[in-house]
Design a protein around this ligand. Structure first.
Ligand SMILES: *Cc1c(COP(=O)(O)O)cnc(C)c1O
Length: 377
């Protein structure tokens, strides 16, 4: 059996190698590395895939979030609501811009923003909400949009882990993650569901004014060459990455399907194991399993991980520390009592290998050993 990896980028590459190599070579042959046609074409193709009016490619997912916030005319001290249970980037950009991160506990089932707690945290300084579609499943966007309308707030979606997930807006229609709020952000970090061979990111919006502003901010605040209207940043996707992403975007549906198949296999194997709670599937969103994350019950997670490791099964904890407990956020005052769900999750979650190349043999080996471990530990 092939070595089991948390993420298997090499296995995925091997299957599309001629196409990818050719795409890279073409960029090198044209020597147009920055702001070339590949980026332009990729943006158009992603717009079509997402059914969104504008895609602006940028340097990475963190930049995407920062630029999105920069486009909203915010003042220092304005409050931005986001999840306490996320990758640091989501909260980091808020603090970096001199805004105030207002962290909110998550729903114990979906691990996404708890909407009831969001409403309680809204003040007259609140300007935006950043829901994170964690592990590949959309947050409760309809409820958040209702709140945003009621209190006149922007919604920036952090769709870094959910590119391609479908959100059911009503009985008859769906929208793609990242295209539901005012602005969506994603990352093309190599291990993301759509990953390039380095850093990359993108911003989505249906709003023409925001599009103009975001495009300018990502390019040194410049609309006309060497005339700078805004303070911007330098954040670009390069042509080689765009060429690779164009090849991989064609496979994204199938990649997400492969993840879902592996997740179904895991679910079936663990649903009756009393030591685990399998991932919750909401009725309003598909789940594209950027991560397959179990909640452990009454079992020592460290010992479990050690045991998996001894069997050649990698596992990870996303995330071991809530944002409110991070050293870098110590100057913001948070109360432990406000984050009981997140604190519990940080102690109990464990993510299993999840990628597009898991074979049935590997999956069988993983589930047998995982279930066995919970009996002997
Ligand atoms: C990966 C990730 C980001 C940041 O993306 P980078 O491209 O690494 O900057 C932001 N938010 C979430 C939830 C992520 O998983």
């Amino acid at each position: 059996m092939e070595e089991i990896k948390m993420v298997d980028l090499k296995g995925q590459y091997d299957k599309i190698k001629p196409e990818v190599d050719n795409a890279i070579q073409n960029v090198i042959d044209t020597s147009s590395f920055i702001k070339g046609s590949q980026v332009h074409e990729f943006q158009k193709e992603l717009e079509r895939f997402l059914s969104v009016k504008h895609v602006i490619a940028c340097g990475n997912g963190t930049d995407a979030l920062q630029i999105a916030l920069m486009s909203l005319n915010l003042k220092p001290g304005d409050e931005i609501i986001t999840s306490d249970f996320t990758f640091i980037a989501t909260a980091e950009v808020i603090a970096l811009l001199g805004l105030k991160p207002v962290l909110i506990d998550v729903d114990p089932n979906t691990f996404n923003l708890d909407v009831n707690k969001v409403e309680k945290a809204i003040t007259d300084k609140t300007k935006a909400i950043i829901p994170v579609h964690l592990f590949g499943q959309c947050a409760d966007m309809n409820s958040l949009i209702k709140l945003a309308e009621k209190y006149n707030l922007y919604i920036i979606e952090d769709a870094a882990q959910a590119l391609g997930a479908d959100y059911k807006v009503n009985q008859t229609s769906t929208k793609k993650a990242g295209t539901i709020g005012n602005i969506g952000c994603t990352s093309f970090f190599p291990s993301k569901n759509l990953g390039c061979f380095g850093d990359g990111g993108a911003i989505f919006t249906n709003d023409d004014d925001l599009y103009e502003k975001i495009s300018a901010i990502a390019n040194h605040g410049m609309r006309k060459k060497y005339y700078h209207e805004l303070i911007g940043v330098n954040s670009r996707l390069d042509n080689i990455q765009a060429a690779i992403l164009r090849v991989k975007l064609k496979h994204l549906q199938q990649y997400n399907f492969a993840r879902q198949k592996a997740a179904d296999f895991y679910d079936n194997a663990f649903i009756n194991n009393p030591k685990f709670q399998i991932p919750f599937r909401s009725r309003y969103s598909s789940h594209i399993f950027h991560q397959y994350t179990l909640m452990t019950k009454n079992i020592d997670r460290d010992k479990l991980q050690e045991h998996f490791k001894s069997k050649g099964i990698p596992s990870m904890v996303y995330y071991p520390v809530p944002i409110h407990k991070q050293e870098a956020f110590k100057d913001f005052i948070f109360s432990h009592d406000d984050f009981l769900v997140t604190e519990n999750l940080c102690k109990k979650v464990i993510s299993l290998p999840m990628h597009t190349e898991l074979s049935e043999k590997q999956l069988n080996y993983i589930v047998d050993n995982v279930n066995e471990a919970t009996c002997i530990l």
